[in-house]
Design a protein around this ligand. Structure first.
Ligand SMILES: Cc1cc2nc3c(=O)[nH]c(=O)nc-3n(C[C@H](O)[C@H](O)[C@H](O)COP(=O)(O)O)c2cc1C
Length: 312
């Protein structure tokens, strides 16, 4: 039985953002896509989201910046990256030859900086869309994450939308009181799609040195430990907004991915699982296809939000 896995992530955008299937990589866990291209056929994936990119190159946070936790990991990479100009020069020409769309994840310290990075990516061959990471400290407003407040989140979204003609996905932080309110504000400000969740703020302590284990004291928790939180937030946000939702957080298997799709996600991202198994995104895709065959599901859209209809 032929199965249709194709999804549209920006239905209201003039260019649209059609993926061959709903499996994407999560930013910061799959480099620029080039690193894994010899391990498996990455062209089979729905989309590659590259690591967070800023206006200037960044060295990142002091070491140590990664540690394992129960059911997950803590990271405090601090957006180490080559900067947007080098990305355009060195990475985009490679992506332009790929079949799989590449989405550039962007970050900034100010609203202006986000807009500047977005404008530099305008009309760059090889870049299909922008994902805006709003889990960054808002320097002008005392360091709270942009995504923690609906107003700040909307400001960044509107500025990026005004700076680009590419589809814009806004990636929400779970470190906020009411994520559905932030999602609504971002959708009203023009986001074409919403992805969630980024990492949950956490920390670890070295009891012998009697000090925090991570060089920058706090970090972001990811992996299986956060899956139930992410699933709940995707379910909430999918009910609050009309735009497509992309689910992320602890997805390691096809079953995990299908849970997010049934909860309301149009597409999903595989993150930390790729550190354990670099083929994880492809394994997830093959597992979704197998499940659809077994269950007699011809089109992936039949699965999207199925749980919402049952609980309405
Ligand atoms: C090492 C590492 C680096 C990350 N870097 C970024 C980043 O640059 N931009 C971003 O939006 N999210 C970043 N994330 C968050 C992931 O994309 C993802 O939202 C989060 O890890 C939850 O998914 P997971 O549990 O499947 O990893 C990073 C996560 C990890 C573990």
């Amino acid at each position: 039985m032929p199965t249709n896995l194709s999804v549209q992530l920006a239905p209201k955008h003039p260019k649209g953002l059609r993926l061959a299937n709903p499996v994407m990589t999560a930013s910061g866990t799959f480099g620029y896509g080039t690193e894994a291209s010899h391990l498996f056929d990455i062209q089979k994936l729905g989309a590659i989201v590259c690591k967070g990119t800023t206006l200037e190159p960044r060295e990142g946070n002091p070491q140590p910046r990664i540690m394992e936790t129960a059911g997950g990991m803590l990271n405090s990479i601090g957006l180490q990256n080559i900067g947007v100009d080098a990305l355009i020069r060195e990475k985009a020409p490679i992506w332009a030859k790929w079949r799989v769309p590449v989405i550039v994840n962007i970050a900034g310290k100010t609203v202006k900086e986000y807009a500047k990075v977005a404008s530099k990516l305008e009309a760059v061959a090889g870049v299909s869309a922008i994902e805006v990471n709003i889990s960054c400290p808002n320097v002008k407003e005392g360091g709270a994450e942009f995504g923690a407040h609906p107003r700040c989140a909307a400001q960044v979204t509107a500025a990026v939308k005004a700076a680009t003609s590419l589809p814009v996905i806004v990636k929400l932080t779970p470190n906020t009181t009411d994520i559905a309110q932030v999602a609504k504000a971002v959708a009203e400000a023009g986001a074409d799609a919403i992805s969630l969740i980024n990492t949950l703020k956490g920390m670890a302590i070295d009891i012998y040195k009697r000090r925090p284990l991570l060089g920058s004291v706090t970090g972001g928790l990811s992996g299986p430990a956060i899956k139930p939180v992410a699933l709940y937030m995707v379910y909430e946000v999918a009910q609050a907004v009309e735009v497509p939702v992309i689910g992320c957080g602890g997805i390691a298997t096809a079953r995990d991915a299908i849970e997010f799709i049934v909860a309301g996600a149009t597409a999903i991202q595989v993150g930390t699982a790729s550190f354990n198994n670099p083929r994880a995104p492809l394994d997830v895709l093959e597992g979704i296809e197998k499940f659809m065959q077994q269950e007699g599901i011809e089109d992936i859209t039949e699965l999207i939000s199925a749980a919402q209809q049952r609980t309405a």
